[in-house]
Design a protein around this ligand. Structure first.
Ligand code: A3P
Length: 290
């Protein structure tokens, strides 16, 4: 995979770059033809904002805290990506209610999603930290082009020349989706600050009615530290030629604010002004002081 460019490694789909390793035209067609049912639950997450975290959380919320799936099924088969190749292999084995994740912007959700009552949890992360996480991910994921310098990567991120396009387009699409009570917005930072509170919010939204003991138990099993040692969730099952955790582990730091260790003041000014400009005519405000 060395020396390959993003043109070799990614396919273009509806204006987005997607890695060929995990996506194909067939998998994208499969996603478009996918039949959502009313009790499906999907977490919509821009890459590096907590997708794998939701792959740990959702089964536990939906099954009342039974640890079996998170200890026996790799995250990508346990809560599959709507758009990835693995979905077709596991879809018939998913317990109900089914849980999935997606990196799709809202405009790419399939027709059956719109006519169903399936629920969505949208997880947003501070874009500065999102960029830092993505920068390290591009170094460790051998099926992605090397990110170049941090400065170069800032431009790529702002231009949307990264996985699943621009961060601002993704956020805008879901914020403006008008899904009423079918969507819950939550932030990565809220989850870091008080995971039990975030779990209670999600559990209420999903109509689960879990006891405080169960919420606490789920929280314990979804901490960064616990997930880092869970072989079914830390990507250690993936061969080093695809993901090199010696370069950077997938579960890397797991905290808000790492941007402070990476951005210069000039880079920060460039970054925030571009994000603000992209969002200037939006009616929603970000839960961040950029
Ligand atoms: P960092 O690179 O900042 O550590 P995704 O799953 O969307 O690719 O997101 C990965 C990011 O979420 C990584 O961020 C990872 O460490 C973080 N993450 C995953 N599980 C977490 C947890 N339980 N607590 C805090 N952060 C978590």
């Amino acid at each position: 995979l060395a020396n390959m460019t993003s043109e070799d490694m990614c396919l273009h789909y509806q204006g987005l770059l997607l890695p060929k390793e995990t996506h194909s035209l067939q998998s994208l067609e499969f996603a478009q033809a996918f039949k959502f049912t009313d009790d499906d639950v999907i977490a919509a997450v821009y890459p590096k904002s907590g997708t794998i975290w939701m792959q740990e959380i959702l089964p536990l919320l939906l099954n009342g805290g039974d640890l079996t799936p998170i200890h026996t099924i790799p995250n990508w088969d346990r809560v599959p990506w709507l758009e990835e190749k693995r979905l077709a292999c596991v879809v018939d084995k998913l317990p109900t209610p089914r849980a999935m994740v997606t990196h799709f912007p809202f405009r790419l959700m399939p027709p059956s999603f719109h006519t169903s009552k399936a629920k969505v949890i949208y997880v947003m992360r501070n874009p500065k930290d999102n960029l830092v996480s993505s920068y390290y991910f591009h170094q460790m994921a051998k099926f992605l082009e090397d990110p170049g310098t941090f400065d170069e990567f800032i431009d790529k991120f702002l231009d949307g020349k990264v996985l699943f396009g621009k961060w601002t387009d993704h956020v805008k699409s879901w914020k403006n989706a008008e899904l009423g009570d079918r969507i819950l917005f939550i932030t990565y930072e809220e989850m870091c600050q008080d995971l039990p509170a975030a779990l209670r919010q999600m559990s209420d939204f999903l109509g689960r009615n879990l006891s405080e003991d169960t919420i606490q138990k789920i929280a314990q099993h979804c901490t960064f530290k616990t997930m880092k040692t869970n072989r079914m969730s830390n990507f250690s099952l993936v061969p080093k030629q695809y993901m090199d955790s010696e370069k950077s582990p997938f579960l890397r730091k797991g905290v808000p604010g790492d941007c402070k260790n990476h951005f210069s003041s000039e880079q920060l000014a460039r970054f925030t002004s571009a994000i603000r400009k992209d969002l200037q005519s939006e009616s929603f405000t970000l839960p961040y002081n950029l």
